[in-house]
Design a protein around this ligand. Structure first.
Ligand code: MN
Length: 260
């Protein structure tokens, strides 16, 4: 099949519904839950907006707003420059990430039952090995999406903050090492606010997803939803962040293409 034919077939499949588009994005609003760091660290800004006009004296026929938001608020992309381990890599900011890397196959690892039983569940390399035995090996250049069903929780249960910080699932260090070194993934996406577990400051190294993924030039996606609507293998993920000069990340729309 020629490349031209492949695109024509793709357009036809989109038009006739053989391929559907799934939105993996949280709605961004003033209510979007935020990551909260302990004192004395700086905090990401909540989404806020001011109305410029809404078909009124300030603009008789048009509606528009100015908005303020952190680079890491709501459904968002993490670029390698976000972490100190990736600060000297080439093409490490959102404006420099090669566009060919913003679309790729998705492997969806469903550990929602384990996470329901244990909010501090850590995905290990052994868990991934078991998953691959059932579904096949994760291919190079892929997004690995960690399904926890966390996006189905209300805000309090979603952030799950206690005296000692957030209690939310994430990857163990050996899982991240395996995905980088043995599978050469493109990135790791989660439903929770961070790619790391809520208690990942206690792991070695602390925050292994951020430290190791970004140090290896890999990307992160956070605050995804609708992962339960994706097949374990076969979906294509589209995740282009805003082109912010030297930006460490950005809110974005994340889409998945799924064959019916
Ligand atoms: Mn982030």
């Amino acid at each position: 099949m020629s490349s031209t034919q492949a695109l024509a077939d793709f357009a036809h499949a989109l038009a006739n519904g053989a391929i559907t588009v799934i939105d993996l994005t949280q709605t961004l609003s003033e209510d979007t839950p935020l990551l909260v760091l302990p004192e004395p660290f700086g905090q990401t800004a909540a989404f806020s907006r001011e109305e410029i006009s809404r078909y009124d004296d300030r603009g008789i026929a048009w509606h528009w707003n100015n908005f303020t938001v952190g680079e890491h608020t709501g459904t968002h992309f993490d670029a390698p420059i976000h972490w100190v381990s990736g600060k000297d890599l080439p093409d490490n900011s959102v404006d420099q990430v090669p566009v060919s890397k913003l679309i790729g196959p998705a492997f969806v690892l469903d550990f929602s039952a384990e996470c329901a039983a244990d909010p501090d569940f850590l995905l290990t390399a052994d868990h991934i090995g078991d998953w691959e035995a059932a579904h096949g090996a994760i291919t190079p250049g892929s997004w690995v999406l960690f399904r926890t069903d966390w996006s189905k929780r209300d805000t309090e249960a979603y952030t799950n903050r206690r005296e000692d910080g957030a209690h939310t699932p994430g990857p163990a260090t050996d899982a991240i090492r395996f995905l980088i070194e043995e599978r050469n993934i493109m990135g790791f996406g989660v439903e929770t606010i961070g790619t790391d577990a809520g208690q990942a400051h206690l792991l070695t190294p602390p925050y292994p997803a951020h430290t190791l993924l970004h140090g290896a030039g890999k990307y992160g996606l956070q605050c995804l939803e609708n992962l339960d609507k994706l097949p374990a293998t076969g979906a294509i993920l589209i995740a282009p962040p805003l082109k912010i000069r030297d930006g460490s990340g950005s809110p974005l729309r994340v889409l998945a293409l799924v064959a019916e």
